[in-house]
Design a protein around this ligand. Structure first.
Ligand code: PXL
Length: 280
């Protein structure tokens, strides 16, 4: 039983000590939406793995279930579990157990199958990691893959955009066979003007878009899904949450491109937090 009516999320991701992604993004963004953000770190790295070499990596697999069990003993439950970057293939089964232990009845499981982008699996993950991640997606209420992650889980060929509705809707159909949950497929664009996400819920497909900014930064997937999670826990529906997240992420990218762009340093989401707070 929760003691207050403030919503509480458990974010299960790594801590990349430098580089603005995973927990260092999820914590401030979800907190900015007024939602308490508890964490279970999956690993601690000196930086993220996208563009730095020689980073440290401390695996925390053995701590995940003891943290969950301790919370249970203390009667701590969460309204939502939001999973992201996992430290190993073995953590998939462990995280599934942790969700059962810590999630309140009727709680929301949001799985971002963080593992790949631009057609390529992130370094350090084995080839069969997507098949394991598929299992975590199968227990989710909402999944938020990008197109690369979706293709890897479905064994489909990844294509670069611009996309066709046929290609996107074929992916959504495939994903709907691996999860009964709702789907937010990110990185969808049909023309140079707009980029956004496709949503899929009870057989219905919809789209949300923002103005496309010609720039790419690390960690924007985490910015996007953290905003979706915060929005959903504030009572927004799937499409509203996806639209808020799409606009917020696009705003962060635009601001960062205009001010201090460096792909591997991530986006200046901090500059945009006041505008997010105002929406809740
Ligand atoms: O933003 C995704 C992410 C999270 N955590 C780590 C990563 C990445 C992407 O490369 O390397 C450690």
């Amino acid at each position: 039983m929760l003691e207050t009516n403030q919503k509480r999320v458990a974010a299960i991701h790594d801590i990349s000590c430098f580089g603005k992604c995973s927990l260092t993004v999820a914590l401030p963004i979800i907190s900015a939406t007024g939602v308490e953000t508890a964490v279970i770190p999956t690993a601690v790295l000196s930086t993220h793995t996208g563009g730095f070499s020689g980073f440290t990596f401390r695996d925390l697999t053995d701590d995940i279930l003891p943290v969950a069990e301790h919370w249970k003993k203390e009667n701590i439950a969460v309204d939502s579990v939001y999973t992201g970057y996992l430290g190993s293939k073995e953590q998939v089964a462990i995280v599934m157990k942790a969700i059962e232990i810590i999630k309140a009845k009727d709680g929301l499981t949001v799985v971002d199958p963080v593992m790949a982008d631009n057609g390529v699996l992130y370094g350090g993950f084995p080839e069969d990691f997507p098949m394991e991640m598929k299992k975590l997606c199968s227990v989710a209420d909402i999944i938020t893959p990008n197109i690369t992650e979706a293709c890897l889980m479905l064994g489909k060929t990844y294509k670069k955009g611009p996309y066709t509705k046929e290609y996107i809707e074929d992916i959504l159909l495939g994903l709907s066979e691996i999860t009964k949950g709702k789907i937010v497929l990110t990185g969808v664009w049909f023309d140079e003007e707009k980029i956004g996400a496709a949503t899929y819920c009870n057989g219905e497909t919809d789209y949300v878009f923002s103005n496309r900014v010609d720039a790419a930064f690390h960690g924007t997937g985490d910015v996007f899904t953290s905003t979706v999670v915060g929005s959903l826990l504030n009572g927004k529906n799937l499409k509203e949450a996806a639209q808020i997240a799409c606009d917020f992420t696009a705003g962060c990218i635009k601001y960062t491109k205009e001010h201090n762009p460096n792909m591997k340093y991530g986006v200046n989401f901090e500059a945009m937090l006041p505008s997010l707070i105002k929406q809740f």
